[in-house]
Design a protein around this ligand. Structure first.
Ligand code: RIB
Ligand code: CA
Length: 320
């Protein structure tokens, strides 16, 4: 069976690094490109981290530097209180010898999709600025992408509405205009939001077992997640451990059967107190809301078999 060709668009970021490790180690994945975006750090920081992860995990895919800020306005201050000052839980980093691809991220995305028409799955786990810029460069590429899986947004299912404001999730509020463009394009899209990512928790015992059983990879996950888990427990968002945001999007790409979805067009609010809110119009529900008309239906994940997902993550790292 042909392996899944994946472009990973990311703002590493602790949970981004965990997701990239899953992609790098999974035998059914052919990682063909990694693109950085501002978000969990400045673009200098997230690009440096992506290059560090390339040399640490040993993958061959090019890493291209992406957007430094949103389509409209300025980037907000990176959340060092979540991911640490260096974006990777403040672990010590070695000298970085890997070098970035000369192309900007949006150009690399266009080139890889054009070179592999109908074959590429894009997994986007940061602001969607690079994808919106790729669409601007080449407005036809959405029809050439096999699938787009996004970690972002929150739809109020399972009690999850936002993690930056009461209605907005970080990847979406970081560039709502880009997200609205991306969710309106023709690529077959699945949104993996807080509704499901907050349901899958790696407890301290889970991480300890990874550190024990998954070699250097397990020890690495334990090292980078220490600071991150402390953020979630100290703010009362979890009683033990960390939610597994970005790896949930990777899991969907490989095992959609772990998830249940609702379908319909999604809009993203820009401006006002609901800035960054994602709103699904369910396909089967009648209403008069013209602002959703003419937009493609997307999958919105509303349920997850978190035990199966967490077992999948563990098995992928322990058998590689
Ligand atoms: O809201 C969670 C998302 O925001 C994750 O992608 C995390 O890495 C941050 O970017
Ligand atoms: Ca991320």
């Amino acid at each position: 069976m042909a392996r899944l060709k994946v472009i990973f668009d990311t703002d590493p970021g602790v949970d981004d690094a965990m997701a990239l490790l899953l992609l790098a180690r999974h035998p059914d994945v052919e990682l063909i490109g990694v693109t950085s975006c501002f978000g969990n750090g400045s673009i200098d920081t997230t690009t440096r981290n992506a290059l560090f992860l390339k040399q640490r995990f040993g993958f061959a895919a090019p890493v291209a530097r992406g957007a430094a800020g949103p389509l409209v306005g300025d980037a907000s201050e990176p959340p060092a209180f979540v991911h640490g000052d260096n974006g990777l839980g403040n672990i010590a980093l070695p000298p970085i010898t890997a070098v970035a691809d000369p192309r900007p991220a949006a150009q690399l995305i266009v080139d890889l999709v054009r070179a592999n028409p109908g074959q590429v799955t894009i997994i986007a786990v940061g602001r969607m600025t690079n994808l919106a810029l790729a669409l601007k460069l080449d407005p036809q590429i959405d029809a050439l992408v096999k699938a787009l899986v996004v970690m972002g947004g929150a739809f109020g299912r399972n009690g999850h509405t936002g993690n930056v404001t009461p209605v907005a999730e970080a990847n979406i509020i970081g560039d709502p205009a880009a997200a609205d463009i991306v969710f309106g394009a023709r690529w077959p899209t699945t949104i993996v939001g807080l509704d499901v990512t907050m349901q899958s928790i790696m407890t301290a015992a889970y991480v300890e077992a990874l550190a024990r059983d998954a070699g250097e990879d397990g020890k690495f996950v334990a090292a980078i997640t220490d600071f991150y888990a402390n953020f979630y427990t100290s703010t009362g968002q979890t009683s033990d451990g960390l939610p597994v945001h970005d790896s949930s999007a990777v899991a969907y790409a490989l095992h959609p059967e772990f998830f249940t979805v609702e379908r319909g067009p999604v809009r993203v609010i820009s401006g006002g107190i609901a800035h960054g809110q994602t709103i699904l119009r369910p396909e089967k529900k009648f209403d008069h809301a013209a602002d959703w008309n003419g937009r493609p239906s997307v999958n919105v994940c509303v349920g997850v078999d978190s035990a199966a997902f967490l077992a999948f993550y563990r098995e992928t790292l322990t058998r590689s």
